[in-house]
Design a protein around this ligand. Structure first.
Ligand code: NO5
Ligand code: CA
Ligand code: CA
Ligand code: ZN
Length: 272
């Protein structure tokens, strides 16, 4: 946690014209949920397409935070020398969230060596555990379809109600805040998870490929973009529900509510 804070603060100090650090809110235990904006003229909200990458919904998926940091490093260190990086930073506004679940991260790292922890660290008013799977707590078709659990002890506990976790609320408030003049500025999104080397598109809640809450045109884009990305890195692209059914997950909400082209990346290693 301390290393993460030091690294992102140093990136902002070293590249004040490209990186601006802020927070989207706080975790249950009061830790800041950091976000970096990377762009040319970073202090201005320019008329450029916006992209969101986030990491660490699930506490034990450490590689996702490392990947988010690597992305920040790549976009800043190679700016001005690498043509692709320079073009991306000049023509987009790129948002990076390094750890949506900092309490879970801190707890996981106190294990020997880890606790293999997945959920957040939320408790109810009596102080009893109400640890919630953040990727089942989003408000679209929450708990609809057997893709989460209502039992507090379960790994996929969805929480007592949609948005009961401060961490998912913070994410949603940030995404909602990017609607300007009725137009969502974020056009595409990747949420980083481990593992399996997969690229997953919505929906998770149904096996239907093009249900009534998705257009055929958008589905075609999801498949084309997913497969194009998979061609570049050797991952397997598929609909999220092909892995297993999830409900109340992030990408379903991102697409259903904001029409953002939202993907889950399941990073290294390949075996689950
Ligand atoms: C994810 C995806 C199926 C979205 C999840 O192994 S993971 O927990 N990272 N897989 O179940 O939320
Ligand atoms: Ca810019
Ligand atoms: Ca903008
Ligand atoms: Zn995960």
């Amino acid at each position: 946690w301390d290393e993460l804070k030091a690294e992102i603060r140093k990136a902002e100090q070293d590249h004040p014209d490209l990186v601006r650090l802020s927070t989207i809110g706080q975790s249950y235990e009061g830790r800041p949920i950091f976000i970096a904006k990377v762009s040319d003229n970073v202090a201005e909200d320019e008329n450029e397409e916006e992209v969101l990458v986030d990491a660490l919904h699930h506490a034990r998926e450490h590689l996702t935070t490392e990947q988010a940091l690597a992305l920040l490093r790549w976009l800043t260190n190679d700016y001005g020398t690498d043509d692709t990086v320079t073009r991306l930073v000049n023509n987009r506004e790129i948002w990076i969230i390094f750890a949506l679940n900092p309490d879970g991260m801190r707890y996981d790292l106190t294990g020997d060596p880890f606790h293999a922890w997945r959920k957040n660290r939320q408790r109810d008013a009596q102080g009893d555990p109400m640890f919630t799977d953040l990727n089942r707590n989003y408000g679209y078709r929450w708990g609809c379809c057997g893709g989460s659990s209502g039992k507090r002890s379960a790994l996929t506990y969805r929480g007592p109600r949609p948005w009961s976790a401060p961490e998912t609320r913070a994410l949603a408030e940030f995404v909602d805040s990017r609607v300007k003049g009725g137009v969502q500025q974020i056009v595409s999104h990747v949420t980083l998870h481990t593992n399996g080397e997969l690229i997953l598109w919505p929906y998770g809640y149904t096996h239907e490929n093009v249900p009534p809450d998705m257009t055929t045109l958008d589905h075609d884009v999801f498949v084309a973009l997913g497969e194009a990305m998979a061609d570049r890195n050797g991952y397997t692209a598929q609909q999220s529900s092909q892995l297993y059914i999830t409900d109340g997950d992030q990408i379903d909400w991102m697409y259903a509510t904001h029409r953002i082209f939202s993907y889950t990346y399941e990073l290294f290693p390949p075996e689950r």
